[in-house]
Design a protein around this ligand. Structure first.
Ligand SMILES: Nc1ncnc2c1ncn2[C@@H]1O[C@H](COP(=O)(O)OP(=O)(O)OP(=O)(O)O)[C@@H](O)[C@H]1O
Ligand SMILES: [Mg+2]
Length: 280
């Protein structure tokens, strides 16, 4: 069973077709990671999954029903989207923006509650931005802003999250922090996550299920990273020649691009040694 799946999707902007007859099932409880080159259709697929983009043909099914049939708030209670780029309303504070994530839980008879307050405080803390609550979103750094948007999506409390490049703008320590938070949401809190990531080594470490998209929105491979990530796949999907070795820390596949030249200035002897190891 899959809470979220797409069947026979054709995705297009006006006449520009991005993908045709695409079928993707997100395994329940998985940390699914979508990888693929720029412009292959990753964000477009997430938009279709979140009902932001209507497919030209085919359908997305959420909890067994065609997603187009739900009311907007109902979709937002079940599924959250962190888009690749978002623009905050001018002059809004971090606290107020994150509070907007509670919108799907409010209605005419149910206004702001202590539960909303507690959820906002918790997600601000979990994303490490609690001390920014009173600041204007416009005045934050790119990395701070990225974590604030993540907090807003988490405030929705939807157990299915679509995250489009959640680590962009983040320094390496904050990238790992956000990915660890995602892993915790998935392992401890039972979330199903679908993330687009560009760092293949991070994708291999965190994904329980990987979907590799080729240009033209075609699935080149899907499965556990250890079962699908090979030098052939990376060359096929990205046109990059590489070696795939075991990540010394986790044993998951680690992609090492082939060196451009065989010698480096500085320490040619060491460079030769590296090349000969790689040549084996
Ligand atoms: N709003 C739009 N209108 C027209 N064409 C679009 C629009 N958004 C994306 N496209 C086109 O659709 C194709 C797929 O774009 P998409 O944003 O899905 O790529 P992506 O795989 O997410 O790339 P990236 O890694 O750069 O984020 C690209 O050719 C892009 O130019
Ligand atoms: Mg994108």
């Amino acid at each position: 069973m899959s809470r979220l799946r797409a069947e026979g999707l054709t995705l297009a902007y006006d006449n520009r077709v991005v993908a045709e007859d695409l079928g993707v099932s997100v395994p329940d409880g998985s940390f699914t990671v979508i990888v693929g080159p720029n412009a292959c259709g990753k964000s477009t697929l997430l938009k279709a999954f979140a009902r932001v983009l209507r497919p030209t043909s085919g359908a997305v099914y959420l909890d067994g029903q065609v997603i187009a049939g739900y009311r907007a708030k109902e979709v937002a209670r079940r599924l959250g989207l962190l888009p690749q780029t978002s623009i905050a309303p001018g002059g809004i504070t971090v606290g107020d923006l994150v509070a907007r994530g509670r919108y799907p839980h409010q209605g005419l008879l149910r206004q702001w509650s202590t539960e909303d307050e507690a959820v906002v405080a918790e997600v601000l803390r979990r994303t490490g931005v609690h001390d920014l609550a009173g600041r204007l979103v416009d005045e934050l750094s790119g990395g701070q802003r990225q974590r604030v948007w993540l907090a807003m999506v988490l405030a929705q409390r939807a157990k299915l999250l679509l995250l489009d490049e959640p680590t962009t703008f983040l320094d390496i320590a904050h990238q790992i922090e956000v990915l660890d938070l995602c892993a915790e949401l998935h392992e401890r809190d039972g979330y199903t996550l679908v993330a687009v990531l560009h760092d293949l080594n991070q994708a291999c470490r965190y994904a329980t299920h990987m979907v590799a998209l080729r240009p033209g929105g075609v699935i080149a491979a899907e499965g556990h990273p250890s079962d699908i990530v090979t030098a052939e796949l990376v060359e096929d999907v990205f046109g990059l020649r590489c070696r795939v070795v075991d990540d010394p820390e986790t044993g998951t596949p680690m992609v090492v691009p082939l060196a451009r030249t065989r010698r480096t200035v500085g320490n040619p002897a060491a460079a030769d040694q590296v090349v000969s190891t790689l040549d084996r």
